[in-house]
Design a protein around this ligand. Sequence first.
Ligand code: GDP
Length: 140
Amino acid sequence: MAVTRTFSIIKPDATRRNLTGAVTKMLEEAGLRVVASKRIQMSKEQAEGFYAVHKERPFFGELVEFMTSGPVVVQVLEGEDAVARNRKVMGATNPADADEGTIRKTFAESIEANSVHGSDSDENAKIEIDFFFKPEEIVG
Ligand code: GDP
């Protein structure tokens, strides 16, 4: 299987509870390598741009408010089949539906405050990585 990259966000509910290390440990134990990482305060414009695909959804305003409510850690993860590998360790969007041992089952507070973001395709991974990182910030 090919080594690929995906984009991850440790969301404000997790940084607020000091879980950056705990979440990253689960990512690493799942076979993913952090090849770029930075802690940022997302602006409203950045959050709206990042989640533009969801702008017609009823929860869009709340989601933007949540994602700007505190610091996030944006990361590029590398590993075999990174997108699928990350989605598996993240667990389902709603923590009530997430499998045991996943990040969301372990840490998420709600369907919105669900601790992590992960790209859903190789194509979106590239778009999302380019949204937050310059090539020289990624060191594999
Ligand atoms: P993901 O790919 O598993 O993150 O899920 P989606 O792409 O469907 O949704 C993006 C994000 O929007 C989720 O991770 C949640 O933070 C949030 N979200 C999804 N569904 C809901 C919802 O029904 N209500 C609220 N408030 N937020 C939601």
